[in-house]
Design a protein around this ligand. Structure first.
Ligand code: GLU
Length: 425
């Protein structure tokens, strides 16, 4: 069967363990009580469903759909839906917890959740994907809701899928409920600025970190791994702010040009070439795409998948600053090496929080039945990202820990305090 590749974990480090290692370190620094530790450690809800879909060849294929709500202490759960061949429960649990910490770091009133369907959307037709999204939505009808759990795009999904989700949910409720999902197309209540929001937040956090490290953006070089929504927007916006982007990559390979790559040209090429950089002539193709991570650059932006900076290559990283556009690109075991080398890593739960921040604005606009200008969206999200960066930086000084653990400390402290006020049984 071409639709699903065999599942789990392979040689990847387990993202759940990576998340827990950092959580444990931060909890210890904070002096978190055992009771609250146990509450925050376990996901609040895990739902697994079977989704039988009639494929275009007439055969029924059963997909597995997952939704994990890690926490709804700060508010309704929030987080994307991932369609990928290697999605597994531990990964979704880690990603859901990261959403809890991410929303807490940027101080928006949401808990954390994440969904996943193990499938290969690249090998599926539009009709097959639509049926899968609709079946998943129906199966999660009791889980989702504008005040319960608000999905959004993640790897393998985008505005098109969110539109189907909104439509299916709305039909089941007999009314249009656009606040049930974010990352929608503009005409359906999507927000201006949402598409570029994650990349924009990466840019804001990179510039804030460069200021601390006294790196002049106009003299800085940068490599960006991943040229999907996050990577290409981050590259474009960093280039606009003066950085020279010397390497980019996607599933077709990594492309290097010491004199700088024209990012708008690369984006135009990708868009005219079935979404990939294959054959891009504005740079030279590296023989091993993973070499991009080890280039002599000032700033490295991993904006593709989990676990790309590991104990295997961390020692060879030469960047002074890592800004994590992806979720979980650095394994916990690599943290110590990165810290030892004096590299500043702006962690995922801070650096890529611009996406969920503008998702929050989209939800607010939907609930008000109102539309903000792009200028207002960008101004407010830039301010939130900069404040969050400063807050985490202060915590890193106060607790004498790297930025990653500082971000966990800020997040866990906030969720723990809220939990204590709300109380339990
Ligand atoms: N999937 C994105 C993330 O990991 C966005 C989530 C959202 O907007 O709810 O942050």
């Amino acid at each position: 069967m071409a639709y699903i590749e065999p599942a789990p974990i392979k040689d990847k480090e387990n993202p759940l363990e990576s998340m827990m290692e950092r959580f444990n370190l931060a909890a210890e620094k904070l002096g978190l009580s055992d009771e609250v530790y146990n509450v925050l450690k376990n996901p609040a809800k895990q739902v697994i469903v079977s989704l039988p879909i009639t494929m275009d060849n007439g055969k029924i294929h059963v997909f597995e759909g997952i939704r994990v709500i890690h926490s709804n202490i700060l508010g309704p759960a929030k987080g994307g839906i991932r369609f990928a061949p290697d999605v597994h429960l531990d990964e979704v649990k880690a990603l859901a917890a990261w959403m809890t910490w991410k929303c807490a770091v940027v101080d928006i009133p949401y808990g954390g959740g994440k969904g996943g369907v193990r499938c290969n959307p690249r090998e599926m037709s539009k009709g097959e994907i639509e049926r899968l999204v609709r079946a998943y939505t129906l199966a999660m009808l009791d889980v989702f809701g504008p005040d319960k759990d608000i999905p959004a795009p993640d790897m393998g999904t985008g505005p098109r899928e969110m539109a189907w989700l909104m439509d299916e949910y709305s039909k089941a409720h007999g009314m249009t409920v656009n606040a049930v999902v974010t990352g929608k197309p503009l005409v359906l209540g999507g927000s201006l600025g949402r598409t570029e929001a994650t990349g924009r937040g990466v840019m804001v956090s990179a510039l804030a970190a460069m200021q601390k490290l006294k790196i002049n953006p106009f003299q800085a070089t940068c490599a960006v791994q991943g040229f999907g929504n996050v990577g290409s927007w981050a590259a474009q916006l960093l280039e606009e702010r003066g950085l020279k982007i010397v390497a980019i990559s996607d599933i077709s390979g990594a492309y290097h040009n010491e004199n700088g790559i024209n990012i708008l040209e690369a984006i135009a090429y990708r868009d005219s070439n079935n979404g990939t950089l294959e054959g891009f002539t504005g740079a030279e193709k590296l023989s091993d795409p993973m070499d991009l991570l080890e280039l002599e650059v000032d700033v490295l932006v991993p904006a593709a998948v989990e676990d790309v900076i590991t104990i295997k290559n961390a020692e060879k990283i030469k960047a002074k600053l890592i800004v994590e556009g992806a979720n979980g690109p650095t394994s916990a075991k690599a943290d110590a090496i990165i810290n030892e080398k004096g590299i500043m890593a702006v962690p995922d739960i801070l650096a890529n929080a611009g996406g969920v921040t503008v998702s929050y604005f989209e939800w607010v606009q939907n609930r008000l039945g109102y539309k903000w200008t792009a200028e207002r969206v960008n101004r407010r999200s830039d301010r939130i990202m900069k404040d969050a960066f400063d807050h985490v930086y202060e915590a890193s000084v106060k607790y004498n820990v790297p930025m990653r653990i500082a971000a966990y400390i800020v997040a866990i402290d906030k969720v723990a305090k809220t939990y204590t006020f709300r109380g339990g049984f």
